[in-house]
Design a protein around this ligand. Structure first.
Ligand code: NAD
Length: 424
């Protein structure tokens, strides 16, 4: 989790949910999805909005608004993270929840999709205030959360710390139930490998794409936007596989070195510097906008939504984009990127490593038996390579982009679940 202030994302035409729907409808058209499934999957099952009065450290009271969106429970309990950021809004949480449904279906997990968020800038609140806020959010949603109903996890602005508070607050009412939330600290029933999991999934799916493209990872340069949980682990693991990381960035700006950056040194620097790269001297300072347009082979956007839009898509030079973040390319950019022949590993595939290890955490909690990190990686890596193959084969079968192929795989599995349940 980054402790630095996050600015609002680039204001694009339309919300992230509009982007989701545009792709959903395009994929549904390709497979001639029956109208009943189209209607059901294109809207969330439930939207919950809560107002949370919190006593601040200065004695004043402030009411924070939070959301939990349950997009789908067709394939299992809804699963998805909780985001703390000042730009959170209902449309964004709806999109994030919908992407979770498709993501879990693509990697074949027995989960539906959900997501939560609170409109708060965590860098402006003390640890005590964040604890009170997290506990209030948990109390407000105690009848929604549950290891068989809705299972939260970390997302932007939250980490194991907040998951521990959720677990404890929930347990005060319902007793010890560690499977109610994943991404917990290790000593509270968390899983080995969870912190690295999303970045590791980015690395695994990037290598799958590089192989399909007939390229040698050791000859490729790479830029990574965002240096929080996902970006820093993706940069570390990709550099271990031989890619030259020439640019990294966070909210403080971007840092570029044509000869390659020392990723481990950058991670240590950020750890010593309250999670931020501000003042980092290992590279020349450039803007986040310039990072996206660098002449690199691989681009990993791992920060916010809507970073690549129809405004800058024509300037992207990377051959391969691996979406560590959720929704970093808006739907308005799709046609431009496709026309340039850029291979995209879409978010709902590229960042599915996190939820896959979250699933293994939930399994371990329910069994009371814990795996080593090697066992976690041995179980997770094939899930991601199989999901990549499924999406790649669908992309060939329908002659469509990898993104639409990923939507097709996810939609077909959810629609099939609805069909088998047969309620309608
Ligand atoms: P984080 O809070 O740990 O890190 C976010 C990073 O983005 C920080 O380095 C921050 O400084 C940077 N950032 C913020 N605004 C920026 C800007 N305008 N330009 C450049 N950098 C900026 O969050 P995270 O958990 O790494 O999540 C990043 C993305 O990955 C989000 O889209 C999230 O939904 C997605 N994701 C996370 C996980 C997970 O397991 N954490 C799983 C799947 C998807």
């Amino acid at each position: 989790m980054s402790t630095v202030k996050t600015p609002s994302r680039q204001q694009d035409q339309g919300s992230p949910y509009d982007s989701l729907l545009a792709r959903f409808n395009a994929a549904a058209d390709i497979i001639n999805l029956e109208d009943r499934y189209r209607q059901i999957i294109s809207v969330p099952e439930k939207i919950i909005s809560v107002n949370l009065p919190i006593k601040l450290d200065n004695g004043k009271v402030k009411v924070y608004q939070g959301y939990r969106v349950i997009h789908s429970t067709v394939l299992g309990p809804s699963k998805g993270g909780i985001r703390y950021a000042r730009f959170v809004n209902e449309e964004e949480v709806k999109a994030l929840a919908g992407w979770m449904t498709l993501k879990c279906a693509i990697v074949g997990l027995p989960y539906g999709g959900g997501k939560g968020g609170i409109i708060v800038d965590p860098s402006h609140r003390s640890e005590d205030e964040l604890e009170r806020l997290t506990r209030a959010y948990t109390r407000a949603l105690k009848d929604v959360f549950g290891e068989n109903s809705d299972i939260p996890a970390p997302d932007m602005g939250t980490s194991g710390r907040e998951m521990a508070w959720i677990f404890h607050e929930y347990s005060r009412t319902f007793g010890h139930e560690p499977g109610v939330v994943t991404g917990k600290p290790l000593n509270l029933g968390g899983s080995k490998g969870r912190v690295a999991a999303t970045g590791r999934g980015v690395m695994i799916t990037a290598l799958c794409a590089i192989e399909k493209m007939g390229l040698d990872p050791k000859k490729l340069s790479c830029a990574v936007q965002g240096f929080g949980n996902v970006g820093s682990w993706a940069a570390r693991l990709l550099s271990q596989k031989g890619l030259k990381i020439v640019a990294i960035s966070d909210v403080s700006g971007a840092y570029y070195n044509h000869d390659g950056l020392d990723v481990e040194a950058a991670i240590s620097y950020a750890e010593r510097n309250k999670g931020t790269l501000a003042g980092y001297s290992g590279g020349t300072k450039i803007t986040n906008e310039a990072l996206l347009e660098l002449d690199v082979d691989v681009l990993v956007p791992a920060a916010l939504e809507d970073q690549i839009t129809d405004q800058n898509a024509a300037n992207i030079k990377a051959k391969l984009i691996v979406e560590g973040a959720n929704g970093p390319c808006s739907s308005s950019a799709d046609k431009i990127l496709d026309a340039k022949g850029i291979m995209i590993v879409p978010d709902i595939l590229a960042n599915a490593g996190g939820v896959t290890v979250s699933y293994l955490e939930w399994v371990q909690n329910r069994r009371g038996h814990y795996y080593t990190e090697e066992e976690i990686n041995e179980k997770t890596d094939p899930v991601l390579t199989t999901a990549f193959e499924d999406v790649f084969n669908t992309h060939k079968e329908y002659n469509c982009s990898m993104r639409l192929a990923a939507y097709i795989v996810g939609i077909k599995r959810v629609a099939n679940g609805i069909k088998m349940e047969g309620f309608y």
